[in-house]
Design a protein around this ligand. Structure first.
Ligand code: ADP
Length: 618
């Protein structure tokens, strides 16, 4: 694993957000929640308002009411009545709120999460593959995916706290103002210290961003220890010690980042808290005691009840102000993370969607196609031209790195060419909607992936419908995977991998390949593209698979890449790629008669195969 230069991350992640953007990002989150569930938002924020008021009445006002009432000889009955009514209202409110949180809230929370995730997943499906090769974009993409749901809801939680504190603060301040207007000065002092919050906020965002990068590396290293796909390499040789070294370095980085930002955060926090405790709370307490004892209620000073209220209230005011400043800082923090989410959602994919629906089939014409990967200094594909006739079976062959997979990616519009065009039945594919165009292809990639879902879902790659079972079974028979699936306890309903299901099944690479091939038998698309479909199969399984494939894809246009040229014999036409160009094109017989590169490759493979057979018999 390549190590990052230390310190480079903080520069990359430290970004400034203007006030307007800060407000707009937070409003964006609130708008998102409102669109998904206005009920949830109304109850959540409305309850904070009531909560703040009840808090004030129950903590501060009741104290003043009782002490002043007793001091002034108010009758006990009315005091008790007031306290009991307040207690009943508080209990009823809390009961209603608990019921809402326990019973109603999970449903609405799920709705909100789904609303956010749907937007993100939709966008992520539109993002072109080249974005995955751009580290800065990829980083932002990962952060957006990780942060979106939590951050959006956090904006509402912060607003909720802000409302409750603002209500409590206003009520307590008003009471203090009525008792003695000078007391407000003590209450305002925490605001002066608020600027320290800004330093803490910037430090904590930079710290979190850097730690996130390190955590990504840590997770990767840990994955190599427990994931099946690394299990063999980790057991032979000494690779595990390299990964252990990387894990140790990652933890060293954790410590470095924590120390780097921890000191600044601790100093700012200390000054702020001490300032609050000493100046605000102690100052106001001393002033209230002086006013009660030295001036006296009869000379315009405070009564004992007011003094007690001031001592209790000033603490509440100071903590509310402290929380409010923290809430404002949190809005800033949310805005920074939401900037990634909004940037990602606003991303305009370079591969533009067309407007027309793709025809059901037809000739696929490739004209003067040239393509270069971002950041490369030469073209991977150069002036490729050929016509893939309706129903034609083409074998795409050539040495490693000659551009076969890249050509397939361009045919599927996973990338767009810098020069040239692809047209389906006479229409430039750029004018067709991506979804309709891609739905015309059944594709099995070389690096196909199995999902930890049922066999059935892995074959269909879509939500299942009634009547699918027969379709799946037939497809599995065609691809040669049925024998293995039939042995499974739950047949096509068996979950693949044991990661989430003890009764799940782990398949060998060859078995997985057969299963992925069943996808093209289950879905009768007019075009079939297979990128080395037989690389993990033994020669007999490969032969059977190709025979089945030719039979099952009768009438469909098939393009397959295969390293074993014996399978190219079955194709109507062979395209040989060399250095990003189509070097030879024709039937197997034509190319053999031409005696060029294809003929040479074919003979060499045949000799090797025969040679190994002879050796095998000896
Ligand atoms: P083949 O399928 O014939 O083995 P590929 O199409 O995979 O060849 O690759 C053709 C060339 O393009 C190779 O030199 C490969 O290194 C390069 N290449 C493939 N993918 C990328 C990529 N994402 N970014 C840059 N270069 C790439």
């Amino acid at each position: 694993m390549r190590r990052r230069k230390k310190g480079s991350d903080s520069k990359k992640t430290k970004k400034k957000i203007g006030f307007r953007r800060l407000v707009s990002n937070n409003l964006f989150a609130l708008h998102t929640i409102w669109s998904a569930s206005p009920v949830y938002m109304t109850v959540y924020l409305g309850s904070s308002l009531v909560y703040g008021l009840l808090g004030f009445l129950g903590e501060t006002y009741v104290l003043r009411y009782v002490v002043n009432g007793l001091e002034r000889g108010k009758d006990l009955g009315s005091i008790v009545r007031f306290v009991v009514i307040l207690a009943c209202v508080t209990c009823a409110f809390r009961l209603a709120l608990s019921w809402f949180w326990m019973v109603i809230s999970p449903k609405h929370k799920k709705k909100i999460n789904m609303h956010i995730v749907r937007q993100l997943f939709k966008k992520s499906a539109e993002v072109e593959l080249s974005c995955y090769e751009n580290p800065a974009f990829y980083d932002q993409y990962v952060k957006a995916m990780e942060e979106a749901t939590n951050r959006t809801l956090s904006v509402m939680y912060t607003l909720d706290s802000l409302i409750a504190k603002a209500v409590s603060l206003s009520a307590n301040s008003f009471l203090l103002f009525l008792i003695d207007p000078w007391l407000i000065l003590f209450g305002l002092f925490p605001l002066v210290l608020g600027f320290l919050r800004r330093f803490e906020r910037v430090a904590s965002h930079s710290c979190e961003s850097e730690i996130k990068e390190i955590k990504r590396r840590e997770k990767y290293v840990k994955r190599t220890f427990y994931l099946n796909e690394y299990a063999k390499e980790m057991r032979v040789g000494g690779m595990w010690s390299n990964m252990l070294r990387d894990l140790r370095e990652t933890w060293t980085d954790f410590r470095r980042v924590s120390v780097k930002y921890g000191f600044r955060r601790a100093v700012c926090g200390y000054i702020r808290r001490v300032g609050l405790d000493v100046v605000t709370v102690l100052g106001a307490t001393l002033y209230a005691v002086w006013s009660t004892m030295c001036v006296g209620a009869s000379n315009g000073g405070m009564s004992v009840g007011d003094c007690i209220v001031v001592i209790g209230s000033i603490g509440v005011i100071s903590s509310c102000l402290n929380d409010l400043v923290q809430n404002l800082a949190e809005f800033g923090e949310h805005a920074m993370f939401l900037e990634d989410v909004r940037y990602f959602l606003a991303y305009e994919p370079a591969i533009k969607d067309g407007t027309k629906s793709a025809p059901e089939g037809g000739d696929l014409e490739v004209k003067d196609l040239s393509f270069r990967y971002e950041g490369c200094d030469r073209d991977t594909l150069q002036e490729i031209s050929f016509c893939w006739k309706r129903g034609e079976r083409i074998a795409l062959v050539g040495s490693n790195g000659s551009g076969k997979t890249t050509l397939i990616k361009l045919l599927l519009r996973l990338y767009d060419p810098q020069k040239g065009s692809v047209s389906l039945d006479g229409t430039d594919v750029k004018d067709l909607t991506l979804s309709s165009y891609r739905s015309r292809f059944g594709t099995v990639f070389q690096d196909f992936k199995m999902f930890s879902l049922s066999v059935k879902e892995n074959v269909l790659l879509r939500p299942t419908q009634p009547g699918d079972d027969e379709l799946v079974e037939a497809a599995l028979r065609e691809s040669g995977a049925w024998e293995r699936v039939a042995r499974m306890e739950h047949g096509i309903d068996t979950i693949l991998t044991r990661e989430f299901d003890e009764k799940g099944e782990n398949l060998s690479v060859g078995e997985q390949q057969k299963l992925s091939l069943a996808r093209i038998f289950a879905d009768r698309t007019p075009f079939v593209i297979l990128d080395e479909p037989s690389s993990a199969l033994d020669p007999i399984a490969e032969y059977t698979m190709f025979q089945n494939m030719m039979r099952a894809t009768e009438g469909r246009s098939v393009l397959f890449i295969s390293h074993r040229l014996s399978s190219a014999v079955l194709a109507d036409r062979v395209l040989l790629m060399d250095g990003g160009r189509i070097a030879e094109s024709g039937t197997h017989e034509e190319l053999m008669a031409r005696n060029g590169k294809y003929a040479e490759m074919f003979r060499r493979q045949a000799e090797n195969y025969l040679g190994s057979e002879v050796n095998g018999h000896e």
